[in-house]
Design a protein around this ligand. Structure first.
Ligand SMILES: [Zn+2]
Length: 104
């Protein structure tokens, strides 16, 4: 990938899924979580994380950092187990701030 960071290095950064998710949140929303539907910043973080970790107060959309991105179908973290070509594409897309609709 052009970013010079291999997918294995990326996964070594994450001891667990929560750490991985925090990293992806920072990548996707560097200025704070925004609604994927209406782009409102009036987003509630659910302690229970159900049905989704985030909820938009403006349009009531439930979503996660993976919703609507190529990461949607991928499990974050996991120490690199089960990493395939699709995951490499996903990491590169996140780094390039390209949010694709594949798998959404
Ligand atoms: Zn919204």
């Amino acid at each position: 990938m052009a970013n010079g960071l291999s997918v294995f290095q990326v996964f070594e950064m994450f001891p667990d899924e929560a750490t991985a998710e925090a990293w992806f949140v920072a990548q996707r929303w560097p200025d704070g979580v925004r609604c994927i539907e209406c782009l409102s910043s009036n987003v509630q973080v659910r302690a229970t994380r159900k049905p989704q970790p985030f909820r938009c107060r403006a349009c009531r959309k439930d979503f996660s950092v993976k919703t609507g991105s190529v990461m949607h179908a991928s499990k974050l973290g996991g120490g690199g187990a089960g990493v395939g070509a699709g995951d490499v594409v996903a990491v590169g897309s996140v780094q390039g701030n390209v949010v694709a609709s594949t798998g959404a």
